[in-house]
Design a protein around this ligand. Structure first.
Ligand SMILES: Nc1nc2c(ncn2[C@@H]2O[C@H](COP(=O)(O)OP(=O)(O)O)[C@@H](O)[C@H]2O)c(=O)[nH]1
Ligand SMILES: [Mg+2]
Length: 64
């Protein structure tokens, strides 16, 4: 795994494109249903324990 990922930091959460960070560099999209393990995968790839917040129960939908 490329160690560049270990330098990942949270910039912001943007509900609309107008408030999104400047369009520069490379972009990676993560898609999957709720509680599939997206946030856990991000933390594993970046080797950071709390870059992305994870939920408690595997495979359990907490949103209606
Ligand atoms: N058994 C198992 N549980 C996992 C795996 N990856 C994530 N989880 C658990 O699934 C739950 C939801 O994970 P989370 O990363 O918050 O999912 P997200 O909603 O897709 O971001 C957490 O309790 C994780 O610990 C995995 O590969 N195997
Ligand atoms: Mg998540």
């Amino acid at each position: 795994m490329n160690p560049i990922y270990h330098q990942a930091t949270f910039i912001k959460s943007s509900p609309t494109l107008t408030v999104a960070p400047k369009d520069e560099g490379k972009e990676i999209a993560f898609a999957g249903r709720s509680n599939a393990g997206k946030s856990s995968a991000l933390n594993a790839i970046t080797r950071q324990s709390s870059l992305a917040r994870t939920s408690k129960n595997a495979g359990t939908h907490t949103n209606a």
